[in-house]
Design a protein around this ligand. Structure first.
Ligand code: SAH
Ligand code: SF4
Length: 341
């Protein structure tokens, strides 16, 4: 796929306006073409009938509107769909659609691989290859919407979460560009509460995000004390829990967010004891926080296993006793190996 300057996909609105000005066209052409690309999911220039024939011909010479090719598509018995998308040079990323009763969540990747090295994570095991461009991030959304038979206006995708491969805040610029297009009225028009950036806890970037965006924030906490978190989420050695949580509360205040989501993978016998739950409750009580308990998807070559359901239920009960909203995520797409992370 061409992700260079000639791919109009993923360009911020202002850059697109400058592009049209450069062609001697009015800036409102940017709005027209955005409407075609994102609201109507149309990438064929010939079909963009409110652009003059001459402009369409000139665009066809100068630009591309290309999506990365899909290498494979798998659909789970529960309706979850996983696409493997080819981003060139033998590199493949994962995008997953999770249909639920009242929403459809798309889990997108932000990098090929990841440098954060969390020992339970398949992407972390693979190491870091490269950042994805905004075109490649937004491209995943378009691939999914088109494949599922919708358009941006009548979209099966109601929520987008950056919980696929990669650490989105380590790819700051392209992540923010993608978030802007997801929430732009001329882009996908999603409410900011329906776009979630999930991070392992890059504190300076969380602070910077508050200056550039106000999307929902999720933190992969996974442990209630620094000793355990140093092991499970190694970036914690640089940005320990107290610093991370302060940045979270500041983010919630700066962006006027109702709450921050804390993801907590339940690892059998590692972080799933009642003492862990009580410590976690101490950290989060009376704060703008909710907890997602995540069933672990076993990864070959790691020593971790999934906590039994009774253990998860007991852990959740402690948090709820302390007044913390806690959701247990159901395992989805197990049969196609499609869970996030
Ligand atoms: N790098 C970011 C976003 C991608 S990971 C982050 O870590 O937040 C998205 C979520 O999937 C994280 O909470 C991550 O910890 C979780 N995850 C990773 N591997 C997993 C696995 N094997 N089973 C369940 N969740 C996993
Ligand atoms: Fe990277 Fe997130 Fe996996 Fe950690 S859990 S290695 S930060 S993708």
């Amino acid at each position: 796929m061409n992700t260079g300057e000639h791919n109009l996909l993923g360009l911020p609105r202002t850059d697109l306006e400058s592009f049209f000005s450069g062609l001697g066209e009015k800036p409102f052409r940017a709005r027209q073409i955005m409407r075609w690309m994102y609201r109507r999911s149309v990438l064929d220039l010939a079909a963009m009938t409110d652009l003059s024939v001459a402009l369409r011909a000139s665009l066809a010479e100068h630009v591309q509107l290309t999506l990365p090719p899909v290498q494979s598509r798998n659909e789970s018995a529960d309706g979850t769909v996983k696409w493997l998308i080819d981003v060139g040079h033998g590199q493949v990323i994962e995008t997953v659609f999770i249909p639920e009763q009242n929403r459809g969540t798309l889990c997108v990747s932000s990098q090929v691989g990841c440098a954060m090295d969390c020992p339970f994570c398949a992407t972390g095991r693979q190491g870091f290859n490269r950042n994805l461009s905004a075109a490649e991030i937004i491209g995943q959304v378009l691939v999914a919407i088109r494949d599922l038979g919708g358009t941006g206006e009548a979209s099966p995708v109601s929520n987008v979460v950056f919980m696929g491969m990669g650490e989105p805040l380590a790819n700051f610029r392209e992540t923010v560009r993608a978030c802007d297009l997801l929430t732009d009225d001329l882009g996908f028009g999603l409410s900011r509460r329906r776009v979630t950036v999930s991070t392992s806890g890059l504190v300076p970037q969380i602070r910077k995000l508050a200056e550039h965006s106000n999307v929902a924030l999720a933190i992969s906490l996974h442990a209630p004390d620094d000793t355990l978190r140093d092991e499970l989420v190694p970036i914690n050695r640089r940005y320990p829990i107290a610093e991370l949580l302060t940045a979270c509360w500041d983010y919630a205040r700066a962006t006027n967010s109702r709450q921050i989501t804390f993801e907590y993978i339940m690892l059998d016998g590692v972080n799933d004891q009642l003492a862990h739950a009580r410590k976690l409750a101490e950290l989060l009580r009376d704060k703008p926080a909710k907890v997602n308990l995540i069933p672990f998807n076993p990864v070959a070559g790691t020593p971790y296993g999934r906590s039994p359901q009774a253990v998860v239920d007991a852990f959740r009960a402690v948090l709820i006793e302390h007044g913390i909203v806690t959701i247990t995520r159901r395992p989805r797409g197990d049969d196609i190996d499609a869970a996030c992370g």
